[in-house]
Design a protein around this ligand. Structure first.
Ligand code: 5AD
Ligand code: SF4
Length: 444
């Protein structure tokens, strides 16, 4: 099978990134090798996301660009998958306007990719195989990791929360958890393979095991992983504030391998809006969780969030509550979203949609508050010595290395490439709004 290459384009969240790692693993098992040149590929795979604004437009734009390659190379297989394929109207458009796409599959059956490819090669027919729902959890899938020293591990799939703006429960199905023994076996294997940092993935890791009636909850899982030799850092995402337990908060004070960072999407600072979003917590509940997290860690925890500006019916007063919450929490970073309609979600039908100009104006005000807070936090790092997991060379300046602190901060510093993959002490010399700069030093 010499000379057969695959090219994967991935949009969206870390769960999608990890699905792509698994699909790359499956393709390599079939004898394909990765290429960074589309024109060289025998298989082009687009792993889509429906959460971002204008995702459809961007996807169809990308797909349109592939038509020429498909014309030039009739053996080229174009496959599309991911969240978008779980939506009826998208599949209809592909069928109507992009009839040359060979394989359409969804989020529940990525493990069937080799079979789908073989069917196309043998029958030269278009295949649409989108499973409406999961049929169990699939174990033992290979994965081609982006980094040798850090890995993502799925612990839950799907979501049961039905926030009124969100498409995920419809595209990723009901929540189900992998068995603790399967997760622990995978983490042990990864540790033996040299992985130092793992990130446990799920739409809402805090409700791990509950819907499946497991005895072990999410925090128990963390304590178990904390015992695995070789693993030096444990991260997880995402946490739903309604399900964050005191037990988990306590773990931040006790588990030495648990990274000093939590991603805790707030979405809005107004309880009225949170209720309309179906979030099941109040502004006060959220602030109380943050207070406790800071208390058990003596303030040594980075908090990041997701926030939506301009949700239907959001008044100036509601928005000001989001601003004041940001001032109070002082986030280390945030993904800030302008609300936009997702077809098929309850909020699509909400009447009081906010004009775009108002959304943008609020968005800019929020970014300003966020940036001021981030600059202040990062400035306070100056002079500190941080343990940095060195990830690679900086994209901007090849002679600079880049890595992350336990608190997820990006640190740039001069150093030899043999440091890549190691955890090294770095003295922070400068804290800018979006990243830190430093020098490798001796441990104190
Ligand atoms: N509009 C804007 N942002 C959204 N998100 C999810 N759905 C929407 C939407 N319809 C954001 C939420 C979520 C993040 C992954 O994407 O903040 O936490
Ligand atoms: Fe979407 Fe809410 Fe589920 Fe997160 S918790 S994936 S925002 S429905």
């Amino acid at each position: 099978m010499d000379g057969r290459f695959y090219y994967i384009m991935t949009f969206g969240c870390q769960m999608n990134e990890h699905d792509s790692e698994i699909m790359a693993g499956l393709l390599e098992q079939m004898g394909y090798r990765e290429t960074t040149k589309r024109a060289e590929a025998s298989i082009i795979l687009i792993n889509t996301c429906s959460i971002r604004e204008n995702a459809d437009k961007r996807f169809f734009g990308t797909l349109g660009q592939l038509k020429r390659l498909k014309k030039e190379n009739s053996d080229l297989i174009v496959a599309v998958c991911g969240c978008m394929m779980q939506q009826e109207h998208i599949i209809e458009t592909i069928k109507k306007k992009y009839g040359w796409v060979d394989i359409i599959f969804g989020t529940h059956n990525i493990h069937t990719l080799p079979e789908l490819i073989n069917r196309v090669i043998n029958d030269r027919q278009r295949i649409i195989d989108v499973w409406e729902e999961h049929r169990g959890v699939f174990e033992g899938l290979p994965s081609k990791r982006l980094y040798p020293f850090k890995a993502f591990v799925n612990i839950t799939f799907g979501c049961n929360n039905f926030c009124t703006y969100c498409i995920v429960p419809y595209t990723r199905g009901r929540e189900r958890s992998r068995k603790p023994e399967d997760i622990l076996a995978e983490v042990k294997r990864l540790a033996e393979d040299g992985v130092k940092e793992i990130t446990l993935l799920g739409q809402n890791v805090n409700s791990y095991g509950i819907a499946d009636g497991f005895e072990k909850d999410f925090t128990d899982l963390i304590y178990e992983i904390n015992k695995i030799d070789g693993i030096e850092r444990i991260r997880f995402m995402t946490s739903h504030p309604k399900d964050i337990s005191d037990k988990l908060i306590k773990a931040f004070g006790e588990c030495e391998k648990l990274a000093a960072h939590i991603h805790l999407p707030v979405q809005s600072g107004s309880t009225r809006v949170l209720t309309r979003m179906n979030r099941h917590y109040t502004r006060e509940d959220y602030l109380e969780a943050v207070r406790k997290l800071k208390e058990v860690t003596d303030g040594n925890i980075a908090i990041t969030t997701d926030v939506i500006v301009g949700f239907p019916g959001e008044t100036e007063e509601d928005f000001e509550e989001t601003l004041s919450l940001f001032e109070q929490v002082k986030y280390d970073s945030a993904f800030t979203f302008l609300y936009s309609i997702r077809k098929g979600t309850p909020a699509e039908k909400f009447e009081d949609q906010i004009p775009e100009t108002v959304k943008h104006e609020r968005f800019n005000r929020l970014r300003n508050v966020l940036d001021v807070g981030m600059a202040e936090i990062n400035k306070a790092y100056e002079g500190r010595i941080e343990k940095v997991l060195v990830e690679g060379r900086s994209a901007r300046n090849k002679s600079t290395l880049t890595g992350r602190t336990s608190s997820m901060k990006i640190v740039n510093f001069e150093g030899k490439p043999d440091l890549i993959g190691r955890i090294v002490p770095v003295k922070i010399t400068e804290g800018k709004t979006y990243s830190l700069f430093g020098e490798v030093c001796d441990e104190v």
